[in-house]
Design a binder for this molecule. Structure first.
Ligand SMILES: Cc1cc2nc3c(=O)[nH]c(=O)nc-3n(C[C@H](O)[C@H](O)[C@H](O)COP(=O)(O)OP(=O)(O)OC[C@H]3O[C@@H](n4cnc5c(N)ncnc54)[C@H](O)[C@@H]3O)c2cc1C
Length: 221
């Protein structure tokens, strides 16, 4: 099912990421971590929808999307970033297998944080974030999506690393087996991973070598 909805507002979150607040179709339900297909309701773009993950809570009256612009693709993210309030979008029913299964470590690369935003917000709302850790890798501090919010939620368990340029308060390392061993003491807990395919491959392999069981390694399949 596809629902026509209006864009209510958008604002910058980082230099190339915007938050979009969109009307919520009354019949759309989703679990934090699941995606929907989002398209622009005009003749040129209506069949060019792509997957995006609501960052809003299950009970929120509007949908929030946090979307990184790839201007060199000339695709939907480039176009979405130019839209003004009132533009009409199309939202599909939800899909996806990455949902919250219990306390653990979230490991995200870049816009791979988006499926975790709704989970983190839902857990914070319930006061249940204490036994969770975040490892979030980006190119530079300027690229970190929702940094203040994530630092607030995770406190000293918010581990930020920047691979290209870094500064005080951030690690300057890739997420490798050695890095994980240094930062995490318990590999019998759950690990949620999301990011670009090469990052996913490297991180999931490192976690497996560190003894994480296949059942405890959670990512969208
Ligand atoms: C389940 C799921 C949920 C997601 N949720 C989010 C989210 O919440 N927020 C978010 O920001 N992203 C999310 N993504 C990623 C998002 O779907 C992609 O960023 C988006 O599809 C990219 O769209 P685009 O229009 O920019 O480019 P694309 O649709 O990827 O590409 C458009 C065209 O650009 C060209 N192209 C493709 N790759 C390149 C390249 N590397 N260099 C140059 N040209 C290229 C191709 O010709 C392609 O036809 C999610 C993805 C999945 C699978």
């Amino acid at each position: 099912m596809t629902y026509p909805v209006k864009l209510l507002m958008s604002e910058f979150v980082t230099h190339d990421v915007k938050r979009f607040i969109v009307e919520r179709p009354p019949n759309l339900n989703y679990e934090p971590g699941q995606g929907v297909e989002l398209a622009i309701n005009d003749p040129k773009w209506k069949n060019a929808g792509r997957a995006f993950t609501p960052a809003s809570l299950k009970e929120d009256k509007v949908l929030e999307f946090v979307i990184k612009r790839y201007s060199d693709h000339h695709g939907i993210t480039d176009k979405l970033h130019t839209l003004k309030a009132g533009a009409e979008l199309l939202v599909s029913d939800s899909f996806g297998t990455l949902t919250y299964q219990g306390p653990g470590v979230f490991i995200a690369g870049g816009s791979g944080i988006t499926p975790f935003l709704a989970m983190i917000r839902q857990l914070s709302e319930q006061g249940s974030l204490t036994n969770h850790t975040l490892i979030f890798t980006n190119k530079s501090p300027a690229d970190i999506i929702c940094e203040k919010e994530l630092r607030f939620h995770f406190k000293e368990r918010c581990i930020l690393t920047c691979t290209d340029s870094s500064s005080a308060g951030y690690n300057h390392r890739l997420v490798t087996k050695e890095f994980l061993k240094e930062k995490i003491s318990d590999f019998s807990q759950r690990f949620y991973t999301c990011g670009p395919p090469p990052f996913m491959k490297a991180v999931n392999q490192a976690l497996t070598e560190l003894g994480v069981s296949p059942d405890a390694l959670l990512f969208d399949t």
